[in-house]
Design a protein around this ligand. Structure first.
Ligand code: 1GP
Length: 244
């Protein structure tokens, strides 16, 4: 099955586990992978705002050697490309007005993506203010959408879908203090037909279930599992049990 069909599948809400390849040791990656396999996690996302080691490809290969869960690159910049992934979230940072993040870096990456032949999923990436400056906001030189401006988020997501983007990603930023609000998730979801990913600062299974009930089709979690991988099963069970 093409990876995008898995995103579109409506049989259950989904959990994506984010691994920043710079942070964990191989043993920690393997521990998260084993728990993700047991919990029937839906996707691995691999990437980070800034990688300081040459760890991306190694991390992807390590996951792929130990799991059948699809691995997608969730790139922080145009250097984060590998032929070993199953799919690539080609992010256009549509909440910002930095032309490099909307199309510029994509031009540089395009020939490599074509050469490698990975499945490409065009994704409208929307950064939402979470109360403090995040790495994404700083590194992308873009201003997030204000936390309480649901209407701006709705119209941005609608425009992204009209431009042909196949996923919308509402992002509070890794480790966000205030995740994207349920109200914003619900309003955005009502206005689009493509799958909606929500991530950033989701720290309890209950909160993950709330975001899924509000309208998120896929919940992405990284920080919590770096701190406490034992929680993975509970998060997966809560998210998978939310009715579509
Ligand atoms: C960040 O949405 C992801 O890009 C996950 O955020 O690390 O806060 O779970 P957390």
């Amino acid at each position: 099955m093409a990876i995008y069909e898995r995103f579109q599948d409506k049989t259950r809400k989904k959990l994506a586990v984010l691994i920043d390849p710079d942070k964990p040791t191989d043993a920690q990656v393997l521990s998260i992978v084993a728990k993700a396999n047991a919990a029937d996690v839906d996707f691995f996302f691999v990437g980070g705002s800034l990688l300081t080691t040459d760890s991306l490809e190694h991390c992807i290969r390590l996951i792929k050697a130990n799991s059948d869960i699809p691995v997608l690159i969730f790139p922080g910049n145009s250097l984060q490309i590998s032929k070993y992934c199953d799919g690539f979230l080609l992010l256009s940072l549509i909440s910002g007005r930095n032309a490099e993040m909307l199309i510029g870096r994509h031009v540089v990456a395009a020939p490599y993506l074509k050469l490698f032949g990975n499945e490409i999923i065009p994704t409208g990436y929307m950064l939402i203010d979470s109360g403090r400056m995040t790495s994404v906001s700083y590194m992308s030189d873009t201003t997030p959408i204000p936390h309480d401006k649901d209407d701006i988020a709705m119209c941005t997501a609608m425009a992204g879908e009209m431009l042909g983007l196949k996923l919308i990603y509402l992002e509070g930023g890794s480790g966000a203090t205030n995740p994207v609000s349920n109200s914003m998730i619900s309003k955005v979801k009502q206005m689009i037909n493509v799958p909606l990913i929500v991530g950033g600062g989701i720290s309890t299974p209950e909160m993950a279930a709330e975001k899924a009930k509000a309208g998120a089709d896929i919940i992405c979690i990284g920080t919590k599992f770096e701190q406490d991988p034992e929680m993975l099963q509970r998060f997966a069970d809560m998210i998978h049990s939310v009715k579509q």
